[in-house]
Design a protein around this ligand. Structure first.
Ligand code: GLN
Length: 197
């Protein structure tokens, strides 16, 4: 199994390290020709959604990545990655890959005081540490999208088919369970209704 990590900006190295610790081979997507390699899943890291969105467009990565996700490529977006996958951003006119039926609020906890840690239930995993850095939250989900975790009533993790998003940064905590959860999606063993795919 090989998992690609979008490596334009932000916390991509931390995802690579987490995946490597789980014995998964990774490759970095930096330019269009990197997409020619074969891989089974894609991580879109935290960072700045505006910067990553702009770079994806300028480098010609935007449409091919969107098409791959639409065609069923498993994808895991953290923080800025969540924003890039959202169909709607409530407090921003910009719209990026828009492959997930979720509406998000950017910098949802305020800019300065927006970084904090929590411990909450994650569906199918249990209680895990959650690190938030100028994080978005999900205002609502629709269609096939389902809520996986909430903190103080706000949705902070969701899934829609093979797409997984967290508003927090599991790659910055020692607990690898959310990455394991994603790898189960990549292997096709974990389905929204618990049925076999
Ligand atoms: N605030 C950032 C954005 O809007 C996301 C922060 C993060 O990824 N840690 O893109």
């Amino acid at each position: 199994m090989r998992v690609a990590v979008l490596a334009l900006q932000g916390a991509f190295i931390e995802h690579e390290a987490m995946l490597a610790s789980l014995g998964v081979e990774t490759l970095e997507i930096r330019q269009k020709k990197d997409l020619l390699a074969s891989f089974d899943g894609l991580v879109i890291p935290g960072g700045e959604s505006t910067v990553q969105g702009k770079l994806m467009r300028e480098l010609g990565l935007f449409d091919p990545i969107r098409e791959k996700i639409k065609a069923g490529l498993p994808v895991f977006g953290t923080c800025a990655g969540l924003i890039l996958l959202a169909d709607r951003i409530l407090n921003d006119d910009r719209r990026y890959l828009a492959t997930m039926d979720i509406e998000v609020v950017r910098n949802g906890y305020g800019r300065q005081s927006g970084s904090f840690n929590a411990q909450e239930e994650f569906a199918g995993i249990g209680r895990i540490p959650m690190t938030f850095i100028r994080a978005p939250y999900i205002e609502r989900v629709w269609g096939d999208a389902e809520v996986l975790a909430r903190v103080d009533g706000k949705i902070v993790a969701a899934r829609q088919g093979r797409q997984l998003v967290t508003a927090f940064h599991p790659e910055l905590d020692a607990d690898p369970s959310v990455h394991r959860f994603f790898l189960e999606i990549v292997k096709g063993r974990s389905c929204p209704n618990g049925s076999a795919e």
